[in-house]
Design a protein around this ligand. Sequence first.
Ligand code: AMP
Ligand code: ZN
Length: 115
Amino acid sequence: MSGRCIFCKIVDGQIPAKIEYQDDDILVFHDITPQAPLHLLIIPKKHITNLNEIREDNADIITKIFTHIPKLAFQFGINEKGYRIVNNCGRDGGQTVFHLHFHLLGGRNLTWPPG
Ligand code: AMP
Ligand code: ZN
């Protein structure tokens, strides 16, 4: 699957992104259409379509992603004020890029409920 979807292309360096962090398993980059002063996307490097594909044998990536989120929040100074993690799953969930990703939104007061 690598190289086919847009986020796989970002992982492979085929299309540019403002990369904030990466290691062997995850990649963090700035959303191209930010919805808040800070809008990061946190993705597994390995292609996973969405949360529906998470099972016991690949769930470690979720732990990796979620243990990295507070580090990003500290780094960007929003840990105390707060922030929001969003996962859009499937069409009704508003997913437009079918490679698992979590949005980290911060730097402003976010309203609730979402649309
Ligand atoms: P979702 O609607 O949850 O699937 O989110 C997809 C997100 O990817 C949207 O917020 C887009 O703005 C963002 N996006 C799409 N293409 C790119 C890109 N090339 N670089 C960075 N972010 C992107
Ligand atoms: Zn992909």
